[in-house]
Design a protein around this ligand. Structure first.
Ligand SMILES: [Fe+2]
Ligand SMILES: [Fe+2]
Length: 177
């Protein structure tokens, strides 16, 4: 089989000179940026809600003297905040505005902010595991939708997804101890 890949550098150079104000977004970008920004803003909302839930649970778990669980929640909370910031940075790179509006965060989030049974460690672990399983599924679908049309955003989502899978695994270990 012959490799028929031909890179039309002349066309790419001409196109790159057009719309210079769009920065990193070139005509080879394969998606509608406004839709990608919208999807990423829902990721920002999801991550902020996850940060809030883990932070709340970390404090409650610490209060009932369960240091190991509290430490895990604190670590996850910090990672969820980093996920929110990384998604927000990508939104900005795509020419959008990251949406941290607290009045719409919960509606846009894929996961719930749940504090029920906040003295019950097992219930807390289960609520967080459920949330992780929801984000694992939704980020897998986002990664598939992005496909090869926006490899940078896809890699970002995949790298966040990898950490969510670690979170789910950590919670499963704690639930089985
Ligand atoms: Fe996350
Ligand atoms: Fe997570």
């Amino acid at each position: 089989m012959s490799d028929d890949f031909v890179l039309d550098v002349t066309r790419i150079r001409d196109q790159a000179r057009q719309k210079m104000s769009e920065g990193a977004i070139t005509p080879t970008y394969g998606l509608d940026t406004s839709r990608v920004i919208e999807v990423l803003n829902d990721v920002v909302a999801t991550e902020v809600v996850c940060w809030l839930r883990y932070t709340r649970h970390a404090i409650s778990a610490a209060g009932i003297d369960r240091a190991q669980v509290a430490a895990e929640f604190t670590e996850h909370a910090a990672e969820e905040m980093q996920h929110a910031l990384r998604a927000a940075e990508r939104i900005s790179q795509l020419g959008g505005d990251p949406d941290f509006d607290p009045t719409t965060l919960h509606r846009r989030s894929h996961t719930e902010y749940s504090t029920a049974a906040d003295t019950d460690l097992k219930a807390m672990l289960e609520q967080n595991l459920l949330a992780e399983r929801i984000v694992i599924s939704s980020y897998q679908e986002i990664a598939r939708w992005l496909g090869d049309r926006d490899p940078t955003t896809r890699r970002l989502i995949e790298s966040i997804l990898e950490e969510e899978e670690e979170h789910a695994d950590d919670l499963t270990d704690l639930l089985s101890t």
